[in-house]
Design a protein around this ligand. Structure first.
Ligand SMILES: [Zn+2]
Length: 53
């Protein structure tokens, strides 16, 4: 057992999104977005239900 068996390296586990505080595009209120795609605070999401038509 003397071979280079170092093929067990992972580049990155999973895309870990940093929770940052961003201003909501709807009410402009600062909220903690779990990921970059989150640009509307949960409050507005619930209020408008994101146009669930
Ligand atoms: Zn909002």
């Amino acid at each position: 057992m003397s071979s280079s068996s170092e093929k067990n390296q992972k580049p990155a586990p999973d895309r870990i999104y940093e929770a940052k505080k961003r201003p909501c595009l709807m009410c402009r209120d600062k909220f903690t977005s779990a990921w970059p795609g989150e640009r509307v605070c949960p409050k507005c999401k619930q209020t408008n239900l994101w146009r669930a038509a």
